[in-house]
Design a protein around this ligand. Structure first.
Ligand code: PLP
Length: 433
């Protein structure tokens, strides 16, 4: 058996370049992280060779005695990591990622064209929560179900629960979804539970972004209010790329969630589970119960606060006025620039973050803000001091974007290029690195 560099120098060299890029850049994408060597070893193991359709003890393939042992271990660790009682909560660890996990829940508990309400994408929600534009149903969720997104109060940057309640009373959704991709605050789970109960809806939480923070109990816990909880495993939880679905064991609204969800995963939407991912996930979930993990998640929040405070000190408008979790949303519109251009300029300086829409934005392509996350650089050992420096670097990038002339002394060619880049649509394409 050849090593990768011998068997395929081309792929090996691409991986090497990507590793170097990851090593050298300031990684501030809120949904990314650096997983551990132990997780990577499990993911790169012989577990990838095995087919195991079905659940432990009920497989369609032979030779699954060790895979059964692994999946049961992973399930137990997942419930323990989130402090759940095995008698009350069940779990499926087979979803291939976050979007499939969400769609599996929808097909488990809804009929086609049933109504759902999730946070609107331009206000921080995820595509898989039912995004649509006035012209187009964009995600599978909005194509196969009727979606009426709820939104933020634009003056506070917080979820407008009064409006959610009013809309839900009229729209009568079968499912309400909490959770987001770009929301710096906790949701009001008791209020959402009340609204769901009043209209006879299931309440699901998609904790993909904050699952590590939830496991470490550094943000509000939603489990006691929700019927179903989905998550990715590779964001703040710092595991391999994958998904999980937690469900209440007692029937909810007359539905046996356990069998409905397990059947939706397989045979409904998936075939064989990715056992190498389940192996990596089990490793990550063991770590999630350690004191180091709790200290890491505390540091993630503390670093993010330090960054938000620094940006506010520098005069920036931060959506909702701050953060309670791992991300900050900066509204750049008061400065007369947009997130797309700033993102591109920072990319050139190996600072990686997202352009992001902010409440009140007109265009999703040229959004008015940036989303900055702390999990990845906290894994790399950064503390508050370094995150304050990151705030200063971002400020520099923003200044450069505002005033291309101020960038460099020296090469006038570069100056000219930057002037052109900043003033034209050039920075809005993703073709240039
Ligand atoms: N849910 C939320 C809240 C997310 O932010 C994301 C991804 O960013 C997903 C689901 C989807 O995860 P995946 O990209 O693994 O499908």
């Amino acid at each position: 058996d050849h090593g990768l560099s011998e068997a395929d120098p081309e792929v090996s060299s691409i991986i090497k370049k990507e590793k170097e890029r990851q090593f050298k850049s300031l990684e501030l994408i809120a949904s990314e992280n650096f997983t551990s060597r132990a997780v990577m070893q499990a993911v790169g193991s012989c577990l990838t060779n095995k087919y195991s359709e079905g659940l432990p003890g009920k497989r369609y393939y032979g030779g699954n005695e060790y895979i059964d042992e692994l999946e049961i271990l992973c399930q137990k660790r997942a419930l323990a990591a989130f402090h759940l009682d095995e008698k009350k909560w069940g779990i499926n660890v087979q979803p291939l990622s976050g979007s499939p996990a969400n769609f599996e829940v929808y097909t488990a508990i809804l009929n086609p064209h049933d109504r759902i309400m999730g946070l609107d994408l331009p206000h921080g929600g995820h595509l898989s929560h039912g995004f649509m534009t006035p012209k187009r149903r964009v995600s599978g969720t909005s194509i196969y179900f009727e979606s009426m997104p709820y939104r933020l109060d634009e003056s506070t940057g917080l979820v407008d629960y009064d409006m959610l309640e009013k809309t839900a009373t009229l729209f009568r959704p079968r499912l309400i979804i909490a959770g987001a991709s770009a929301y710096p605050r906790d949701f009001d789970y008791p209020r959402m539970r009340k609204i769901a109960d009043a209209v006879g809806a299931f309440l699901m939480m998609d904790m993909a972004h904050i699952s590590g923070l939830v496991a470490a109990s550094v943000v509000a816990n939603h489990f006691e209010y929700c019927d179903i909880v989905t998550t990715t495993t590779h964001k703040s939880l710092r595991g391999p790329r994958g998904g999980m679905i937690f469900f209440k064991k007692d029937p909810v609204l007359g539905v046996d969630l356990e069998s409905a969800i397990n059947n939706a995963v397989f045979p409904g939407l998936q075939g064989g589970p990715h056992n190498h991912t389940i192996g990596g996930l089990a490793v990550c979930l063991k770590h999630a119960r350690s004191p180091e993990f709790k200290a890491y998640q505390n540091q993630v929040v503390s670093n993010c606060r330090a960054l938000a405070n620094r940006l506010v000190e520098l005069g920036y408008t931060v959506v909702s006025g701050g953060t309670d979790n791992h991300l900050v949303l900066v509204d750049l519109r008061p400065l007369g620039i947009d997130g797309a251009r700033v993102k591109k300029i920072l990319d050139m300086a190996s600072i990686t973050l997202n352009k992001n829409s902010v409440p009140g934005d007109k265009s999703a392509l040229v959004p008015g803000g940036i989303r900055i996350g702390s999990p990845a650089m906290t894994t790399r050992g950064f503390k508050e001091k370094e995150f304050i420096a990151i705030g200063d670097f971002i400020h520099e990038g923003v200044q450069i974007t505002i005033d291309a002339k101020g960038l460099v002394s020296g090469s006038s060619k570069l100056q000219e290029f930057l002037k052109f880049a900043v003033s034209s649509d050039f920075l809005l394409t993703d073709k240039v690195s």
